[in-house]
Design a protein around this ligand. Structure first.
Ligand code: VG1
Ligand code: CO
Length: 542
């Protein structure tokens, strides 16, 4: 077969955000769009003789894009591609395959928790040989390459049959189609006490695992139902669909409403969980009690030693800056370091590689550990199951005991979506300009101690990332963080992160929105949210 060099011209705006390049599907399907970006990836990482993993979350265009990427990899001299059957791989499973096979990285096709379909979103990102998302220096180089690209290379060939495991040839390149679930399930079996979790289910423990018609369905069925003996039907919405069945596969109380309703109903099962489009996020819910992601990270930090894979304890805990400080309190009690990184999993990679942190988390329903280099939704759910089996208590009791011991960081995130970008930028600019005058001011009865724009110096490679979010910190430990989303495809999204610490033993059982009421009012006042955006109320509250 023949390699064709196709003349092209730079396409503006191919700049990866918090997690890869995400655009409307129609944009990705546009002339040369996918090809230009993939060629830029290959030009930066150098494709010749290399082996890469390829897979995606199964959304609309996933199968077509996979064939294009394979033909381009072959034309650019790749030696071998390891592809999930049906071009399917969850993000954590892709990360694992990259590491397990010691490959030169991988390409993941996903727009994660964004809806999928011809009118929704698509995305592509590159992961490094350590299995983690490419750091900013690499994604910047890819972006610069898109701005100078003049041609791309593609092999003239028919589609590769990805419908079942097996080996194929595409030009001079080997294509190995692999079972997307098997290696990942084996990894989980090595980390957790499957016998104890099996005994839990055998004893009548009931669970609902909602895969939201996205990629974790086959993983959840194999692990929960087949290997752990959970009742058939425990896993719902377990068939990945190109449009996620019209769902918004974002596991939070707003978008996983059916799960929330069931968990708060009289006949609620013992435990509920949901995962996102590409399987790296998780939400966990107990009977009648929601676990905030920040609390989940803290509870895991305090209990992971109960899982065999973590019996040796933790080297450190890392959280993204907007995540609550609940995990820091556990780290302090354990006498281990706590790290605070900018938003996005790529910033955890160096800490994990260097053995400085063992578990990591973000307030955006992301939790994971050094077993892979992505956040991992099913890992978190299995960790919770392992803890529930070991402690023999319901979720509510575990949370109450945690707050009694460490105090409670009341926490909430308010999202204002689809704001006109210029207005969102103006809000952030005004906030940044106001920073020097904030310390000492009292708002809603709260005195501001410090205010800044978060900057991070990576303790491993010394790289600096600036302008990562405006922080307003109050004398009593309360905090407001403002930043703009880097994953959206339409307008701007303002995220406002709100936190207030209650030391206990009293006042630990309030509704977070009530406990945070003065902080919320202060957040609106300080940023002039209504004046800048015309919005009084957030679109999504988590
Ligand atoms: C959001 C979250 C961030 C997460 C990122 C990718 O980014 O806030 O914590 O790492 O999504 O998650 P942003 O820039 O929109 O706030 V996923 O599951 O979309 O890969
Ligand atoms: Co995701």
């Amino acid at each position: 077969s023949q390699i064709t060099t196709v003349p092209t011209a730079p396409i503006q705006g191919q700049k990866p955000g918090t997690s890869g390049l995400r655009k409307k599907t129609a944009v990705f399907m546009g002339r040369h769009y996918l090809e230009n970006f993939v060629q830029s990836i290959f030009d930066v990482v150098e494709c010749q003789g290399k082996t890469f993993v390829l897979g995606g979350d199964g959304r609309y265009f996933n199968d077509r894009a996979a064939q294009v990427i394979l033909r381009m990899a072959a034309a650019n001299g790749a030696a071998r591609m390891i592809v999930g059957q049906g071009a399917i791989l969850s993000t954590p499973a892709a990360s694992h395959l990259i590491r397990l096979n010691r490959t030169d990285g991988g390409i993941i096709m996903s727009a994660s928790h964004n809806p999928g379909g011809p009118d929704e979103d698509f995305g592509v990102k590159f992961n490094m040989p350590n299995g983690g998302p490419a750091p900013e220096a690499v994604t910047e180089a890819m972006y610069r390459r898109t701005l100078e690209l003049a041609e791309y290379r593609v092999l003239e060939a028919q589609d590769v049959d990805l419908s079942r495991p097996g080996r194929h040839r595409l030009g001079g390149m080997v294509v190995d189609v692999v079972d997307p679930v098997a290696d990942y399930a084996a990894l989980m079996e090595g980390l957790f006490d499957f016998a104890a979790i099996r005994a839990l289910f055998a004893g009548g423990f009931r669970m609902r695992m909602d895969s939201m018609c996205a990629v974790t369905g086959p993983y959840a069925v194999e692990i929960m139902e087949n290997r752990l003996g959970a009742a058939k039907g425990t896993c719902v919405n377990a068939t990945p669909l190109p449009d996620f069945g019209g769902m918004h596969p974002d596991p939070n109380p707003t978008w996983a409403r059916a799960l929330m309703e069931e968990m708060f109903s009289p006949d609620a099962p013992d435990f509920g969980a949901a995962s996102d489009g590409d399987g790296d996020r998780n939400m966990v819910v107990g009977r009648g009690i929601y676990v905030s992601p920040s609390d989940s990270l803290a509870v895991l930090a305090a209990n992971v030693h109960l899982a065999p894979g973590y019996a040796g304890g933790l080297k450190g805990v890392a959280r993204s800056m907007p995540t609550s400080a609940a995990a820091d309190r556990v780290a302090a009690a354990l006498g281990i370091p706590a790290y605070e990184t900018p938003t996005g999993w790529k910033f955890f990679g160096n800490l994990l590689d260097a053995g400085k942190a063992t578990i990591c988390g973000e307030e955006s329903f992301g939790t994971g550990s050094d077993h892979v280099r992505e956040k991992d939704g099913l890992w978190a759910v299995l960790m919770w199951l392992n803890i529930l089996a070991a402690r023999g208590q319901p979720v509510a009791a575990i949370l109450r005991e945690h707050w009694q011991r460490f105090g409670r960081n009341y926490y909430s995130r308010h999202d204002f979506e689809a704001i006109e970008p210029a207005r969102a930028e103006a809000l952030m600019a005004a906030l940044r300009a106001s920073l020097p005058g904030l310390p000492g001011r009292v708002v809603e009865g709260l005195e501001i101690a410090e205010a800044d724009d978060f900057a991070y110096t990576d303790p491993v490679d010394g790289s600096v990332s600036e302008r990562q979010g405006v922080r307003v910190m109050f004398r009593d430990g309360s905090r407001i963080v403002y930043r703009l989303s880097g994953t959206g495809t339409e307008g701007a999204t303002l995220r406002v992160y709100l936190e207030r610490y209650a030391p206990g033993p009293e006042g630990l059982a309030l509704d977070p929105q009530e406990a945070l009421a003065p902080v919320i009012r202060a957040a609106h006042g300080l940023a002039g949210i209504a004046a800048h955006t015309g919005r009084e109320n957030p679109d999504v509250v988590t």
